[in-house]
Design a binder for this molecule. Structure first.
Ligand code: PGA
Length: 254
């Protein structure tokens, strides 16, 4: 059985007070209302990691991740955060290769491959993001683009290593735009990614990897998207900043 996961990427939002309020609300609602066992992962800006770690009462279901980390273990990299620092704050996951990192910070596939290695070496779980831009979707090259992103950043891993990775398919045209890929478009791409992994590794390995969908997931569309056989959950941006919406998305697995 693959893990079902709903991860909330706060991006560059929330002061400490706002983050604490949001976390407490989400934790309470999860405790009171959620019937399923999907993993819920908070992915706040780094400054929140410690305070979130102190606020999570049941760490088997509710976990903490970071939005990025540096590829090096430590050293003179002013302004950066290492995987071991994230781990020491109670983090268990790290988003790698979010399209905003690729676009605004020039992160290449080669760099992302290094980051994935560092995250795994520190026994954390990478949530590796891939996804095409609108131009590719319009000329129907989305599979070539996503296939290349996945191959370049992940296919150097051993079967044991890649089995520990979570993949998030996030079409760039659907992020923060209110435009969601249809459940069929998500399923099609998730099946394609899983097939590529099966061909390179094995069906067993491919079947063990959780593939999340991201891009304007809301309470209204989560159930349909999550019901698809190759969709194992979501990476949620905007809606993760509203406790009610975020928990309603988690409840889509009930
Ligand atoms: P969104 O963001 O839900 O606001 O579209 C998703 C993401 O970027 O992870």
């Amino acid at each position: 059985m693959r893990k079902q996961i709903v991860a909330g990427n706060w991006k560059m939002n929330c002061t400490i007070e706002e983050g604490q309020k949001l976390t407490s609300e989400v934790v309470q609602l999860v405790q009171d209302e959620v019937q399923n066992e999907a993993e819920v992962i908070f992915v706040p800006p780094f400054i929140h990691l410690i305070s979130l770690n102190e606020r999570l009462p049941f760490k088997d279901q509710v976990l903490i991740g970071a939005q990025n980390c540096h590829q090096n273990e430590s050293g003179a990299f002013t302004g950066e955060i290492s995987a071991s620092m994230i781990k020491s704050c109670g983090g268990s996951h790290v988003i790698i290769g979010h399209s905003e990192r690729r676009e605004y910070f020039g992160e290449s596939d080669a760099l992302l491959a290094e980051k994935v290695n560092t995250v795994l070496k520190n026994e954390l779980t990478p949530i590796f993001c891939c996804g095409e831009r609108l131009e590719s979707r319009e000329i129907n090259t989305q599979e070539a683009v996503v296939g290349e992103q996945v191959r370049n950043a992940l296919f150097h891993l051993t079967p044991e290593e890649i089995s520990k990775v979570v993949i998030a398919y996030e079409p760039v045209w659907a992020i923060g735009t209110g435009k969601t890929a249809s459940a069929e478009q998500a399923q099609e791409m998730h099946a394609f990614i899983r097939q590529a992994i099966a061909e390179k590794y094995s069906t067993d390995v491919a079947d063990s990897i959780s593939i999340l969908y991201g891009g304007s997931v809301k309470p209204e569309n989560a159930k349909e998207i999550f019901s698809k056989p190759d969709v194992d959950g979501g990476l949620i941006g905007g809606a993760s900043l509203k406790s009610r919406d975020f928990v309603d998305i988690v409840k889509a697995f009930d």
